[in-house]
Every structure is written in structure tokens, then in C-alpha cells.
Design a protein around this ligand. Structure first.
Ligand code: FE2
Length: 715
């Protein structure tokens, strides 16, 4: 009987594994096929999902050295439960280092026996093995309306020659059709069966949803993992995954989401735990596998006890280190509901932190402010009017606020120092004469207001998470750091930072590759730069003729903490950073021999597309003659802004903002080579899964090599 089973399995396996030209999604008991991950010299995590089995104990996993399973080296019975969404993870142990294995799951026996496809995986070399290592780096794979052509190209080109795949996060997107970046189609869409448990967003007459319940998150993974090409990626190589924000919620920090920009409290431990549980169920991480070697997702690994940072020594030449840059971070330094007129750093504080000579130089660019307590005592009507206009502004941006709550909110903001520039702007918008003349303002103390950092609305991501003025924001960040301590910017958290320092500085590997979901590269657009200023359209507003920081959700938003990280990395020569999240390609020289490679996203809306949608929708910038030309130059603007820059030591060597694709890294004792494979963003809406020849012609490859602490284009 056993022999008959094996023959049947071999037949099914070989058919399943070899037919790669026109992939079909797996079906039957194993509709999501199989996966492996987190390879070590003697073990690897194996994954499958069995749908609603009548015999939950009748599942066996087998690992063999051959595709025919003649030499089975590991076999274990596993139990499937609805508690884990019918997902199974098993740690296969007792394996040999740097060895290719084949694995499969067998359900039932006799007439009801069914086997999964055969997966292929590979264990890590031991730390003393001097072997070259080649791996792919991928991230951000939005499924909605988009095809995984980048994965198809990876499969076509690298079947035999990469050891594993690193995924830097956004392995799912939690929304069903966010119009700012998603384009649902009839073929590639998600409709939650539990809309009651989801968060309704967007136009109430045509809403889209964000996952919140466990059912929502599970449904997303099930849909993403139904893609036949993505299934093949998991079948062919072990994957090592960290997460970014969208595994939980866009631009999240800890258990807090940011959809409503401060209009409501968006902290939800339950939602974060649902997101984490689904991730641990569906992703072949060793996190979520118990000491007994099988799936075990318990309170000890879920929020607030989350801990997914981990490292993988891979022979003598590579040590892969993966951080979690979402779970432990504090809020963005400028909250989404920061009152634009509030003074974030007053003049005495600036003088104490920056010293008098520095403040005297920049004072003319600071914001004159008044103490509302003093003003209220002397000119109560002025204070009352300011509160009333502010309350109207609050109600306009948050219709759920009644007047009483709005006035109370406005009053609470008008207690300390407030920008006279902002008060004047409020009055002007209400068609009332601004109260503070230039003569009065000249006599006032000056500081940094949130308005001067780019915050113009009561509730907005603009001026908070994105589009900030670089210089005042960095002054404010420095003041916070100096006055409140490093905790305000502690992006990785104390425990993770200490772990990272230990791993990087103690690793004997030739190359330490630090996988980091968010980018360390500055996303700076310096409209004052001598290479850029002459290119601006004639009507370009003076307000924007400055340095812009495009996203504070990445390391740019935590500048002093980034310096600390650079300091830490400098102590570990041979460290190279790989990053994701940004949906664009960057090769960056951070100085001191530190280089960062950010590959293109697999499929998610590109950074160029995101910026274009935001700028064209902007009431002032969107109307400017010549803005199209400027937008088309985004990569050049970003690169030029870092050349001989007075505000950053990092230099962008190469960037593309409208491509998809992936990156392959090749590590030897002497060199680290990154190959960036890129395809135009417009192709993501066409399915090239069964047309490898056409797909191949659409890609371009760009190489950079690091050797002896220097970087060069090419091999
Ligand atoms: Fe993303």
C-alpha cells in the first residue's frame, strides 16, 4: 500500500513541479500550494494549508533529497485546525547544510489520499562554508488590479541559481481599493465576506474597505496566494520575510493606524493582533512555530509581545539581518492633528539647543509668535475671534464635530505660544483684516511652528507624514531629541537596537546585509539647489522654493535616530543595506563605505505615480504651467538634491521612480553585486504569465558592485 502511494505521489509531484510554462493555480486540498522559509544549516520551515479536512490528523509532511522521494529524510504527522485558519507550519529538522531538498504534504490515505505539489527548498551553509550566495530581494506586491510579472521574470531567469528570496514587506495590502494607489479589476480584486468586521473608507456611496477582522486578513492572504506565479515562487525557493506597514495598516506605528489623520483614536490592539495572527498563519516564518516544531500562534508572540526581527548566518560570506521597523516605532514627530499654529519649538528652547549664533543666522526664517495667555488677558476679543475661526476650520475638516466640541478643541490649542503668521492666515481666509502687522511681528519672539514645517490643515498627512519643509522639520526633530531624549525617535526600540548592534558587530561574515523595510536614503527635493532652481516654472510659488522632505514615514522622519544607526553600522564594516517600502529604485552612497540598495516594488503603485497623483491633485502645484515637466524629472530632482548637499551626507547614485521589478544580489568573498531588474509601471496591468519571451524583452538590468569599500557600476 505504501509503495503504491509513493508511485502515485511521484507521478503527481513530477507533473506538478515541471509544468512551469503555463502555470495553473493549485487546487484540491492544497489550493495555496506549499511554501518554505527561514532556512538554517539543519532546518527549514515548511508550510501548507489544507481546506476544511474531514480528517484533521491525516496530514503528513515529507522531505527528501530527490524529487521522486526515494530518499525521505524527514517525515512528520501534523494536525490541521480551524484555529490556525487550516494553515500548517512545520520545522523540518536533522537536515544537511547547503543542500537542496524536496518536500510535500500528503493528506489521507487510500481513495481519499491527496498530495500537494512538490516544493523545493535549500538549507543554509554553516558559518565556516566559504560559498558564493545569490538571492533575490522583493517587496510590495499589491494584487489589486495588478499582475506579478516581476515574479514571472524571476522564475524564468533564476530557477536554478538563487538560494533564497528575501521579502522586505507589504506581502499583502490591507485595503480592497484605495483610490490613491489601487486599481481594482474584475479579475484582480478582493471583496470581503465580512464587511461588518472591516473598516469602511472613502466615499460613503462607493466605499472601499480596510481589513480589521481576522477573517478579513485571512481572506487577503488567501487571495494573494491564489496567484499561480506567486505560488511557484514559494514552491521553488525558501523565503525569508519581514513585514512593513500594510501587513497591518498603511503608515502604521505600533497598533495605531492613520486613515483618519487624528480625527479619531485609531489604536486597536485587537486589529493588530488579527493582522499578526494571519501573517504568522500564512507566511513561512519560524516565528509562529513552537518549540515542538509545529505551528503555535499564542499571546506570547502577538502584540504587545511582537518580536519578528531575526538574523540568518549563511556561510562565511553572508549574514542576513532583518529588522521590524513598524512595531516598536513612536508616532511621527509631527502628529496628523497637530494645530498648524502651535509653536513646536520656542525661541529660548532654540537658543538653548542650537546656540545663539545659529539662531541669530536663521531667525529671519522663523515664525513670530504670541503667548495666547498674555494675549487673552490683554485682548480677549482677539483670542475669542481666533478660537471661533479655528473652531470653524475644525468643523470644516471634521463634520462629525459639533460646535461645542470644536470650540473646546480650538480653545485647548490656544493656550501656549501660537504663530502670528497662522493667525493672520486664519483671519485672511475668513475675510477679516489680519491683526498682526509686520511692525508688530518684528517685535515678537520667533520659533518653529507646525505651519512652518508644512502643516496647513487641522487633520492631514501632508505636513505630518509627507511633504514637509526639510529645514524647520530637522530643527524641530533636533530640539525634540535634545529636550525630550532619544525615545521620541526610537524607531526600532531599545531591545531591537541592542540586538542589531550585537549581531552586526559580532558577525564574522564578509558581508552583513541589513534588510530594512523602510529606506534610509533621503527623499529630499531641494528647489534651492543650483542644479534645480533654474529648472522651475516661472510661476512656481515662493513658499515651495525651499527644501522639501517627501516622506517622514521613512528614516527621514527620524533624523537623529538615523545618525545613531549609521554610527552603529559604521562599527560593522562590510554592512550593506537593502530596503523596500518606497516603490522606487535607489542606489545610495551614505559615506563611510555604507551603501544602500532599494530595488523596485514587485507590483505596487510606484512612487512616481503616487507623487504625480498627489501633485496634480494639489490646489496650487497641480495648476502650475510646466508642472508635468517637473514631475517627469522626479528621479533627476531627487538625485541632484543630494549632490554636494548642505543637509545630507548621502548621495543617490542611481534612481528610477516609475518601474517595477526585483533585485538579485550576488555575494562572494570579494564582491557584492546587485542587479536591478526593472520594467515600466504600465506593464503591471497586463498578464505576461504565459509569454516569457515578450516579458523578457520588457526588462532592463542595471548592475552595481561593491568591492574594497567602494562602489562601481557594472559587475
Ligand atoms: Fe508598499
Amino acid at each position: 500500500m505504501r509503495r503504491w502511494m509513493s508511485l502515485a505521489i511521484v507521478f503527481a509531484s513530477v507533473c506538478g513541479f515541471v509544468s512551469s510554462a503555463v502555470p495553473a493555480a493549485a487546487e484540491g486540498m492544497f489550493p495555496a500550494s506549499v511554501a518554505s522559509g527561514d532556512p538554517k544549516p539543519d532546518s527549514v520551515i515548511l508550510w501548507t494549508r489544507v481546506v476544511d479536512p474531514a480528517m484533521p490528523d491525516a496530514l503528513v509532511v515529507e522531505v527528501a533529497t530527490d524529487m521522486a522521494f526515494a530518499d525521505v529524510v524527514f517525515s512528520q504527522q501534523v494536525t490541521v485546525t480551524a484555529d490556525n485558519g487550516w494553515c500548517v507550519k512545520v520545522r523540518a529538522t536533522g537536515l544537511q547544510p547547503y543542500t537542496t531538498y524536496y518536500y510535500r504534504f500528503v493528506y489521507g490515505s487510500g481513495a481519499v489520499m491527496e498530495t500537494s505539489r512538490v516544493g523545493r527548498t535549500k538549507t543554509a551553509p554553516t558559518p565556516d562554508m566559504d560559498v558564493p550566495v545569490k538571492f533575490a530581494v522583493v517587496y510590495c506586491q499589491d494584487y489589486i488590479g495588478r499582475y506579478y510579472n516581476a515574479f514571472a521574470k524571476l522564475l524564468n531567469d533564476h530557477d536554478e541559481d538563487i538560494d533564497f528570496v528575501v521579502h522586505l514587506g507589504d506581502i499583502i495590502y490591507e485595503t480592497t481599493g484605495d483610490p490613491s494607489f489601487q486599481d481594482p479589476s474584475s479579475e484582480r480584486r478582493i471583496d470581503f465576506s465580512d464587511t461588518e468586521g472591516a473598516i469602511e473608507l472613502g466615499d460613503p456611496d462607493d466605499p472601499y474597505y480596510a481589513a480589521a477582522s481576522l477573517s478579513n486578513y485571512r481572506e487577503i492572504y488567501e487571495t494573494y496566494r491564489s496567484d499561480p506565479v506567486y505560488q511557484q515562487v514559494h514552491e521553488r525557493w525558501p523565503m525569508i520575510v519581514t513585514w512593513d506597514d500594510h501587513e497591518f495598516s498603511n503608515d502604521a506605528w505600533g497598533a495605531t493606524a492613520t486613515y483618519f489623520n487624528g480625527r479619531s483614536d485609531e489604536e486597536s490592539a485587537e486589529r493588530k493582533r488579527n493582522a499578526e495572527r494571519a501573517f504568522f498563519e500564512w507566511v513561512p516564518t519560524e516565528v509562529g512555530v513552537g518549540s515542538d516544531g509545529v505551528i503555535d500562534i499564542n499571546d506570547g508572540i502577538l502584540w504587545p509581545n511582537t518580536s519578528i526581527h531575526r538574523d540568518y548566518p549563511y556561510g562565511s560570506n553572508l549574514h542576513l539581518v532583518l529588522t521590524d521597523s513598524r512595531t516598536n516605532r513612536p508616532d511621527h514627530l509631527v502628529p496628523e492633528d497637530a494645530y498648524p499654529g502651535a509653536i513646536a519649538a520656542d525661541e529660548p528652547t532654540l537658543r538653548a539647543v542650537l546656540t545663539d549664533p545659529v539662531v541669530d543666522v536663521i531667525r529671519g526664517s522663523l515664525d513670530p509668535y504670541v503667548d495666547m495667555g498674555v494675549l487673552g488677558a490683554q485682548l480677549p476679543i482677539l483670542r475669542q475671534t481666533t478660537a471661533s475661526i479655528s473652531a470653524q476650520a475644525y468643523m470644516a475638516e471634521n463634520p462629525s464635530l459639533g460646535f461645542t466640541d470644536a470650540i473646546r478643541l480650538a480653545e485647548s490649542q490656544l493656550t501656549g505660544n501660537v504663530s502670528t503668521t497662522y493667525i493672520n492666515a486664519l483671519y485672511a481666509a475668513a475675510a477679516i483684516n489680519p491683526p498682526f502687522t509686520p511692525e508688530i511681528q518684528a517685535m515678537l519672539p520667533r520659533g518653529v511652528s507646525f505651519m512652518f514645517m508644512g502643516k496647513t490643515n487641522m487633520y492631514s498627512s501632508s505636513g505630518s507624514r509627507n511633504i514637509l519643509f526639510w529645514d524647520p522639520f530637522n530643527v524641530y526633530a533636533g530640539v525634540l531629541w535634545g529636550t525630550m531624549g532619544s525615545a521620541v525617535q526610537n524607531l526600532l526600540g531599545d531591545q531591537q537596537t541592542a540586538w542589531l548592534a550585537g549581531v552586526l558587530t559580532q558577525s564574522p561574515a564578509t558581508w552583513k546585509v541589513l534588510g530594512n523595510s523602510i529606506m534610509m536614503t533621503p527623499l529630499l527635493v531641494d528647489f534651492t539647489h543650483p542644479m534645480i532652481a533654474p529648472l522651475l516654472p516661472p510661476d512656481f510659488p515662493d513658499t515651495f522654493k525651499t527644501r522639501m522632505l517627501l516622506t517622514a514615514d521613512q528614516w527621514d522622519g527620524f533624523p537623529q535616530n538615523r545618525w545613531e544607526l549609521f554610527g552603529l553600522v559604521d562599527m560593522a564594516p562590510g554592512t550593506v543595506v537593502i530596503s523596500g517600502d518606497i516603490h522606487a529604485t535607489f542606489v545610495t552612497d551614505h559615506g563611510e563605505g555604507l551603501y544602500e540598495f532599494t530595488g523596485p516594488a514587485i507590483s505596487s503603485g510606484t512612487f512616481g505615480d503616487l507623487v504625480e497623483r498627489a501633485v496634480l491633485g494639489h490646489p496650487i502645484l497641480g495648476q502650475l504651467p510646466g508642472i508635468d515637466t517637473l514631475l517627469a524629472m522626479l528621479p533627476q530632482l531627487l538625485q541632484a538634491s543630494t549632490i554636494d548637499s548642505p543637509v545630507t551626507d548621502s548621495t543617490i547614485l542611481y534612481d528610477q521612480t516609475t518601474n517595477h521589478g526585483y533585485m538579485v544580489m550576488n555575494v562572494t568573498p570579494e564582491t557584492l553585486t546587485a542587479t536591478l531588474q526593472e520594467i515600466d509601471q504600465d506593464e503591471v496591468f497586463t498578464n505576461y504569465y504565459d509569454d516569457p519571451a515578450t516579458l523578457d524583452g520588457l526588462f532592463t538590468a542595471t548592475m552595481f558592485t561593491v568591492e574594497d569599500g567602494a562602489i562601481r557600476p557594472g559587475p
